[in-house]
Design a protein around this ligand. Structure first.
Ligand code: ADP
Length: 686
């Protein structure tokens, strides 16, 4: 979350629903998508490997075609050279004797030559030489069988005036095998006159062996075939490889057309015939590996997404169920987030609050200045109190309610402060309960006070008896003086009357004071705390204390240190505390065995250094003391040992003292008696 671009969490809800529905439909389709993807990749790989293999095969086929074409041209070249050799032999015009030896040497040099004949112009054999390299295979019968073909070839040669080739034919041999042979007929001229023919018999297999054997025969099987595929001659061996490649080429010769076929084998469906398919395969494997990694990664991401979704859902559920209002603000004081509880608290929608800055719509108009100041202090970097602070907000309907605010800096993952996070507690209910308890406490105190008053009424009647009796007797005396016929209004009579009236006035004032002090005590109910001197408090309770002291024959002494600071307190309540303690003390001394009935009220500085700035009030009696089992429940409301007691006095005293921040306790005295003491803060301390 940044200050410039606040994340509005409430807006994430529809986004989240959309994300979930999309995720669900994607999860369903994801599997089929993955299957399709994997299928496609596999198909692509197979196609690539197949294409690479095909390319490889086509390369080899083309190479074989080239070889076949080269082979054909090699054969044609050597045939041309043979013709030249024979022509030069004819041109030499060697004598029959030398012709034999000349031709023999030529036959021994050309392995494919089987026999060379010299024929006359009619085609009759003049002389012939068989190849010295092998057994003669052509005999007179063969010649006779093929005479027609030979003659046809020679006539074609004569007509062409150049070499002509015969059809090939099979010459069986004595060992059961045979040879396919072909004739070359070359017309012989002498001074432009046709004199005969030179007939050369070729062994087709030997042509293949001697012309092509070295260059092509090692890797291929070379053969001459007929158009229907019948093999005439064959040479070479086929390697034992799976795939067979074939190339055929025509060897067009005058008078005959031979078909040369070259068969080659390659280990063709080799998966890696060369580097290209190997490369393609390697890349495919890499691709598949990446695919697998992607699948793994996507699984991890899916899991992370699911975890995140769970965390988000948990967080949202938590936020929605919170009763504490939450609000986030950026460093400029703009609201960046509010939770449903906060919205409910102030009665505004989240949209109405997000992006808002001071003055906020839930601030009471008359407090805007003060709140703005408070916010400025906060934004200036002053940390708010950890225990929170109270404030008042106004709802959209105009009603006000108290809130307790806890604020803390909002720190992002980088440890940088991006704003403020605040938690709000609506404390209206708490306040209502406090108010109720305070009211009932007050009622209880009033009741207790009235009980005290009831008790005092009897004392009052006793106390008022004296001044009233005095007034009555003075008044009767005065009347007697005035009504006596013998009495003269002498100077002495007047002075007696004056004295009597003065006494009457004095006693009436005394009676009035007594009544006033009780009246004051009952009527005064000033809640506010005031600064008052301890002397004044003691003076206020003394007349009331004295009332009971007279009745119980107790002597009351006071000890107030010099120059004591003033205390800040609810004066009436503190007076009642003193009155209660004094009354309890006097009642404790009210038994016949107690001869020394002295009650001491004392005020001094609190002795402990910790309570510097505090005053200690104490009430000390010399009664029987407090038994341990009674001491345990002394402060329990309604605990009393007196028949007419209510048991509320001490519990109220402690509540009052603690409300002032002070502490009430008692100490047993030796040999007997009890000291109750409590502390109150001085005005300077508060
Ligand atoms: P009440 O005076 O109506 O009984 P309190 O709460 O004032 O109610 O006192 C409770 C009880 O504590 C008294 O009943 C009494 O037994 C005991 N107590 C209080 N003060 C003294 C004292 N100074 N000496 C002995 N006992 C006391």
């Amino acid at each position: 979350m940044t200050s410039s671009n606040p994340v509005r969490w409430s807006q994430l809800a529809p986004l989240w629903a959309f994300f979930k529905s999309v995720t669900r439909s994607f999860t369903d389709r994801r599997i089929s998508l993955w299957i399709a993807l994997v299928g496609l990749v596999v198909a692509l790989l197979v196609t690539l490997v197949w294409l690479a293999g095909r390319y490889e095969a086509s390369q080899y086929q083309a190479e074989l075609e080239r070889d076949a074409a080269d082979a054909v041209s090699d054969i044609r070249g050597s045939f041309g050279r043979h013709v030249l050799n024979l022509q030069s032999l004819q041109a030499k015009g060697v004598s029959p004797k030398f012709w034999q030896s000349e031709v023999s040497s030529m036959l021994s040099q050309n392995r494919e030559w089987l026999r060379l004949e010299r024929r006359d112009a009619q085609g009759a054999i003049v002389s012939f030489v068989d190849s010295p390299l092998r057994e003669p295979i052509i005999d007179a019968r063969t010649r006779l069988n093929e005479q027609a073909e030979i003659m046809q070839t020679c006539l074609r040669a004569k007509r062409l005036n150049g070499p002509a080739y015969s059809r090939s034919y099979f010459v069986p041999q004595t060992n059961g095998l045979g040879l396919e042979v072909m004739e070359l007929c070359l017309p012989a001229l002498e001074q432009g006159v046709h004199v005969g023919f030179t007939l050369l018999t070729y062994g087709l297999q030997d042509i293949l062996a001697s012309q092509l054997g070295d260059s092509y025969g090692r890797r291929n099987e070379i053969s001459f075939i007929e158009p229907d595929g019948t093999r005439l001659a064959i040479h070479g061996t086929l390697p034992r490889a799976k795939r067979l490649f074939t190339a055929t080429q025509l060897l067009d010769l005058p008078g005959n057309t031979l078909v040369l076929r070259m068969d080659g084998r390659r280990a063709a469906p080799d998966l890696f015939p060369n580097i290209l398919p190997a490369l393609v395969t390697a890349m495919s494997i890499a691709l598949v590996s990446v695919l697998i990694l992607l699948v793994k990664d996507s699984r991890r991401r899916l899991k992370a997404e699911r975890d995140l979704a769970d965390a988000l859902a948990f967080r949202k559920a938590m936020e929605d169920s919170l009763v504490t209002g939450l609000r986030a603000r950026d460093l400029h004081g703009r609201i960046t987030y509010v939770n449903p509880a906060f919205c409910q608290m102030v009665g505004f929608e989240a949209e109405q609050l997000l992006g808002k800055s001071a003055p906020m719509p839930y601030w009471p108009p008359e407090m805007v200045g003060e709140y703005q100041q408070r916010q400025a202090v906060r934004l200036a970097g002053n940390a708010p109190p950890r225990e929170g602070f109270e404030s008042v907000f106004v709802r959209q309907d105009g009603s006000r309610f108290p809130v307790l605010i806890f604020e803390a800096p909002l720190i992002n993952v980088l440890g940088k402060q991006t704003g403020w996070m605040s938690a709000f507690l609506d404390i209206s209910e708490q306040r209502r309960i406090e108010e109720l308890s305070r009211a009932s406490q007050e009622r209880l105190q009033a009741t207790a006070r009235l009980a005290t008053v009831g008790e005092m009424a009897s004392l009052l009647s006793h106390e008022l008896n004296q001044p009233l009796a005095a007034i009555s007797s003075y008044a009767t005396g005065s009347l007697n003086l005035l009504q006596d016929p013998q009495s003269h209004v002498s100077r002495s009579t007047l002075s007696d009357l004056q004295m009597a009236l003065e006494h009457i006035s004095e006693q009436a004032t005394r009676a009035g004071k007594v009544i006033n002090s009780v009246h004051d005590f009952v009527r005064r109910r000033d809640q506010d705390r005031e600064i008052v001197s301890p002397q004044l408090i003691i003076d206020a309770v003394m007349p009331l204390v004295q009332l009971q002291a007279h009745k119980l024959q107790v002597r009351v002494t006071t000890r107030i240190d010099e120059q004591l600071a003033q205390v800040l307190c609810d004066r009436t309540m503190v007076e009642q505390v003193l009155l209660n303690l004094a009354r309890n003390g006097m009642q404790a001394m009210d038994h016949p065995n107690c001869l020394n009935r002295v009650l001491t009220l004392q005020v001094k500085r609190a002795p402990s250094s910790l309570s510097h700035g505090w005053l200690e009030f104490s009430v000390c009696d010399l009664g029987a003391g407090i038994a341990p089992d009674i001491a345990k429940q002394l402060f329990t409301p309604f605990f009393t040992t007196k028949s007419e007691g209510m048991g509320l006095g001490l519990s109220l005293c402690r509540t009052v003292v603690e409300q002032h921040g002070g502490h009430l306790e008692f100490v047993p005295l030796t040999p007997h008696g009890t000291l109750f003491r409590f502390t109150l803060p001085t005005a300077s301390e508060v």
